[in-house]
Design a protein around this ligand. Sequence first.
Ligand SMILES: [Fe+2]
Length: 457
Amino acid sequence: MDRRKFLKFSGLGLGSVALLGWGFNRFNILGRENYYLQGNYAPVKEIITEDRLEVVGNIPKDLSGLYLRNGPNPMSKPNIKKYHWFGGEGMLHGVRLDGGKAVWYRNRPVVGGSNPNTHVISHAKKIYAIVEAGGSPVEIDQELNSLTEEPFYGTLKTGFTAHTKLDPESKELHGITYNFPRGTYEAHHVVVGKDGRVNRADLLPLSSGTMLHECAITENYVLVFDLSITFSFLKLGKGYFPFSWNNDHQARIGLLNRKTNDGVVNWFNIDPCYFFHTVNAYEDERGNVIVDAMKYQKVFDDDWNGPFTEFPPYLTRWSLNLSTGNASEQQLDDLPAEFPRMHPDLNGKVNRYGYSLGVGSGQKPDFGRIIKYDFVKNTNEVYELSEEMEGAEPVFIPAENQKSEDEGYLLFYVYNKESNKSDLVIFDAQSIKSGPRAAVKLPQRVPFGFHGSWVPA
Ligand SMILES: [Fe+2]
C-alpha cells in the first residue's frame, strides 16, 4: 500500500480487531521458553572490533560520526522463567561512518553497577548510556568503552531516565526521573545544562510508584506521564521485574510549567493505558497541549517478561484542553508500531514528520516495516522489509544544510534470519519506499534492543 489514510477521529480503528488474536495466542508463542531470549532477542557473546566492512550501495558523504545503540544482552546465564527483556545487561553496538565510508563496527558491554541498558545519548560533548529507576548513567568514550559512573561532572544527585528531551533553543536536557528499588520512591524534574552539569533537580509531588519511562517538553511545559504501570511488591517478592499493570491507578498526564517553575503539576486524567514512547508533544495555536505516543491498551499484566505479547501499540494523540481541564484521545494509525523517532531539533515544536518501526498485528511482533507519518496530510508511507529481515528503531539524522524537515536519513540495524547477521542500513527519509540506499554488512547479529543515537563527528 502506498500512502494510507491514517487519521481516525473515533476511538479504536481497525487495530482493535488485531487485539484479539494477539492476546489469545500468547501462550503458543511463549511455550516453555522465555520469548525474550529466543531468536534475535538472544544475547551475543563475542566482543568484536572489525574495520573491514563490506558496504552495499552508497553511504552519504555528509554522514560522518558514530551510530550507537544500547540494548539488553545478558552475558551471564539468566533465569529463563524470570528474565525480563528490560533487565538484561546493557551492550552497545556502534558503527563509525566517515565521508562515505564505514570505518569500523564494535560491540562493548556497558560496565556499571546499575546496568544502564536502555538508551545511549550524547550531550555537551559526552556520551552516556542511560536507564531509569535510579541507575546511574555511565559515560562512554568514542570507542564504546565505559569510563565512569559519575556522570555530568559528578553533579547528578538523583535517579536518571532512559529518555531525555533536549530543548532545541536552550540546549538544556530535560528528564523526569525516579528512584525506586533502592528505597523510597522519589521523582524529579532534572535539567542538565548545555555545560553538561545538572542545574536543576526539582522534587515532583508523586508517591504512587509509577513507572516514568518517557517525558516530553513543549514551549511552556514539561510533561509527566503518570500512567497505568506501577511498582509491584508481588512481582518483586517473586523475583520478577517489579512493575505491573495497575488498573486502579488513575492514568494522567501532568503539565509542569517550565517558565514559572512553581512545582505545581496541572493534571489531566486519561483512560487507563501505557506508552513507553512519544513521537513528540507541542502546544497548538490555541495553547492546548498535543501529545503523540504509541499507546498500549494493557501491558505488563499477563506477560511478566516483556511488553510485546499482550496488546500491540498504536499511534495515538491526546489533546489537553487547558481551558476545560479535559483530555481527549484519538487513535491516529491502524498499523501497530513502536520506537518512534523524529527530527532531533523539534522537541516541543510542531513536527510534520515522524518515523517508527512497524511491529505487525499478528500473534507476535514481526518488526517487519518502517513507517513514516505525515501529520499534515494525515497519511503514512510504509516500507516492508523482506521476509527474512527484522528491523529496529529508525533514528532520523538531518542532512547537511537541509531544506525541509524530512531531508535526511534513517539509520537502524536490520537482522537477517537466514545469515544470522545484521546490517546497518541507511534510508533516505524522503523516499523510504525506495528501500535502503546503503547497507553496512556487520560481522555478527545485533540483538533486538532499545534505543540509539547519532553522534556527529
Ligand atoms: Fe524506551
